[in-house]
Design a protein around this ligand. Structure first.
Ligand code: ATR
Length: 277
């Protein structure tokens, strides 16, 4: 019983994920399990949506609590919002929409929070520092591979934490556009192979290179990894990508894509319920 149907009452609040396709999403499994375990009177559904505006116009009643948002609506949904988190606005994509009691729709991008907090905790572990207010990314060189949606999340999120950002992408024009926006530098993936101005850099892969079924591929050769103290891969299928295996062998701290996935979901849960988690 994916949706806990037996627990649904007339006053049950409903949430869901809007997308097309959407049936494969595991989010309902996660959220319904969370709601049930804490005893929250809510259900989280799959919504196959063509027209985002029509969806939000239709579901405008108080029993509607909000949605997660996936492909292809992450950008189109922006236009339907009353309020948008400032960084989500800069990234140009939202994945979490909450309906407030006054009916206003407020949107967030929890992908960047999930990815950046996973990297920050990895760095704190490396430095033996307990979680604190100041970001261990401040002043660090953060190399972001890729300039798509996930690349934007990492580049804007990193810049906001005071990292010096380098964006490297196969298509250099996209790297330049993003680097300009975050006040960083743009490079090609080939240039990154020989880029080692200092030790202790942070690497974040957001390209799809190494994703199932191409598990033998890697976006950057092993020899180029030795100047990085931490390597993050946004890919989570497989969990242990070739990039992460080689980074581990090189001695870097590694941060799995599953960390980003779990953390971004947890942020959505907090936004939906208003609970501290
Ligand atoms: P997402 O939203 O997950 O970031 P995306 O917007 O499709 O997905 O972006 C995919 C990223 O992977 C892009 O940076 C893409 O590079 P291009 O901008 O040059 O297309 C990168 N990418 C995909 N396949 C690649 C490959 N074979 N080699 C190098 N980069 C690749």
């Amino acid at each position: 019983d994916l949706y806990n149907f037996r627990l649904i009452r007339p006053d049950t609040k409903f949430y869901g994920i809007i997308g097309k396709p959407v049936g494969h999403s595991k989010s309902p499994l996660l959220f319904n399990a969370a709601f049930k375990s804490v005893g929250i009177n809510a259900v989280y559904l799959h919504f196959l949506v063509d027209d985002v505006k029509m969806f939000f116009d239709t579901y405008s009643t108080p029993d509607f609590g909000g949605t997660s948002c996936t492909i292809p609506h992450k950008e189109a949904a922006l236009k339907c919002m009353d309020e948008i988190d400032p960084i989500a606005k800069k990234i140009g994509a939202i994945n979490n929409i909450c309906r407030r009691p006054d009916g206003k729709l407020t949107a967030f991008n929890t992908d960047y929070i999930g990815a950046i907090s996973a990297i920050e905790d990895g760095l704190r572990e490396l430095n033996g520092v307990s979680p604190g207010a100041s970001s261990p990314l401040a002043g660090k060189l953060l190399v972001v591979l890729g300039a798509g949606g996930a690349g934007k999340s990492l580049a804007y999120g990193g810049a906001q934490k005071g990292a010096r950002v380098v964006v490297a992408n196969r298509t250099i024009e996209r790297a330049k556009e993003l680097a300009d926006k975050v006040g960083g530098k743009a490079m090609t993936l080939e240039e990154i192979e020989h880029f080692h101005p200092e030790e202790g850099m942070v690497l974040a892969n957001t390209t799809s290179v190494g994703m199932k079924p191409h598990i033998d591929a890697t976006p950057i050769p092993k020899h180029a990894l030795k100047h990085y103290c931490l390597v993050f891969d946004a890919i989570y299928t497989p969990k242990d990508t070739r990039l992460l295996r080689e980074a581990r062998e090189t001695g870097a701290v590694i941060v799995y894509g599953t960390e980003m996935l779990i953390r971004q979901g947890f942020e959505q849960y907090k936004n939906f319920t208003g609970l501290p988690g």
